[in-house]
Design a protein around this ligand. Structure first.
Ligand code: URA
Length: 434
């Protein structure tokens, strides 16, 4: 077999066999197939799609490109969650300790920022000392001792996804339904969780722009997971505007801390309760989503979730002083507000534009392996439905470069849509697929 023939076959809209996909995934993971051929293949997949059989085979070969964990010797039932990526999505940072403090082990592999959407691993790395590169043994150990672990894509678990993910980020090949499904589910399958809640984002700030696309992705992922014996539910949530207020790595860690201490933006808190509540329900710890949400709200308010967060972050090497005093997290040198240029109702805050502004400030990557600035980002003060007078606070920009700050100001002002008449806040949870 030759990589070039496999690329040509996908370019010509033909279905690849499981053996061809195995050859490509294994060859790229080993380094025998170079980035330029893998880039061409990803683009062919993005343009021409895959059948369900191809997507399933791709997922399984990616999951088997490294170790696949069996967590049962240390925990009888492990849960996981995964977001397809959004703007301001720091949900894992809250939900992992929140669910774990109910005695339900959470073992998770996360990714870095992808395109304009942020990544949990980048956010966690804004905490000094936090170790995202765990070996399989360390992953298991954390889970056994603390009931919660979040690791980056290690050399051991689904290494194929680690390589494809970084490549897609910089080759405009993220927004492919089968590539997203295989990326998400290969990690989930390799990391060994029994139950998985998928947070499938829909809208301007998501890779899936319409409910129809998101539903198709959700159904494909649920099917792949159930096919290998996992309990899977997908929650479709709105990503037309950023989630919560903070967009940017260290700023999102701050918002996580506020939320775990019982505060935080209302939309973000509710989102965490829904995703976490579904995890409790799938694991049989709660009789219903409502009961799960109630249990979790209690632990946000009584300090249990916060205590578990501190235990987890410090066990993975994170600096406790930065959690207790978030002012010690990376902080930008230029912090400026953006005022409303007019009065009216907010009809839209384009999440993709806010996400891209964050990347341009230095919070994301332009090419594979670029360093990022953890301190920069945006606080979104007015969400859809809010009524503002001229001069009211719209955004706060955290920057380390005056020219980038000015560009961000212009871009953010253009990202807001106004209405003369009242606008109701859109529903956040759109659909649940099991
Ligand atoms: N999240 C993933 O893990 N992979 C993707 O491809 C997109 C979002």
């Amino acid at each position: 077999m030759r990589a070039v023939d496999i690329i040509a076959k996908k370019r010509d809209k033909q279905e690849l066999t499981s053996d061809e996909l195995k050859f490509f995934v294994e060859g790229y993971t080993r380094g025998d197939i170079p980035d330029y051929q893998a880039s061409a293949w990803c683009m062919a997949v993005l343009l021409n799609g895959m059948t369900e059989a191809e997507a399933t085979a791709l997922t399984l070969h990616m999951a088997r490109s490294g170790d696949t964990l069996d967590l049962h010797p240390i925990a009888p039932f492990v849960v996981d969650k995964h977001s397809t990526g959004g703007v301001g999505d720091k949900t894992t940072l809250v939900v992992a300790p929140l669910v774990a403090c109910h005695g339900l082990p959470v073992g998770k592999m996360s990714g870095r920022g992808l395109g304009f959407s942020g990544g949990t691993i980048d956010k966690l790395e804004s905490i000094r000392g936090f170790n995202v590169s765990l070996t399989t043994a360390q992953f298991m150990d954390m889970l056994a001792q603390h009931g919660v672990v979040v690791s980056g894509q290690s050399a051991d678990l689904a290494p194929a996804d680690g390589k494809f993910y970084a490549l897609r980020d910089v080759t405009a090949t993220v927004e492919s339904l089968p590539l997203i499904a295989a990326s998400v589910m290969s990690k989930k399958i390799a990391a060994g969780a029994d139950a998985i809640v998928l947070d499938v984002k829909v809208g301007q700030g998501a890779f899936m722009k319409t409910v129809e696309q998101a539903e198709a992705l959700a159904r494909l992922m649920v099917k792949i997971g159930q096919g290998v014996g996992r309990k899977v539910a997908a929650v479709l949530t709105d990503m037309n505007q950023p989630l919560g207020a903070a967009v940017g790595n260290a700023l999102e860690v701050r918002e996580t801390i506020e939320t775990l201490r019982g505060g935080g933006p209302a939309d973000f808190r509710q989102h965490c309760l829904t995703i976490g509540g579904k995890m409790l329900e799938l694991a049989g710890k709660a009789g219903s989503l409502t009961e799960g949400e109630r249990m979790l709200a209690e632990s946000l308010d009584n300090g249990q979730a916060w205590a578990k967060f501190v235990e987890w972050i410090t066990a993975q090497g994170g600096d406790r002083s930065q959690l207790e005093n978030p002012d010690l997290l990376p902080t930008a040198t230029l912090i400026e507000t953006v005022a409303a240029p007019r009065g009216g109702f907010i009809a839209g805050v384009d999440a993709a534009e806010v996400g891209k502004t964050g990347v341009d400030l230095g919070g994301g990557r332009a090419k594979k392996g670029d360093p990022i600035d953890y301190a920069v980002g945006i606080l979104v003060h007015a969400k859809v439905g809010a009524q503002l007078a001229q001069g009211d606070l719209l955004f706060t920009i955290h920057a380390n470069d005056p020219a980038k700050l000015e560009a961000a100001r212009q871009r953010l002002l253009a990202a807001v849509a106004w209405s003369e008449t009242a606008v109701s806040a859109p529903p956040h949870t759109l659909m649940i697929i099991e």
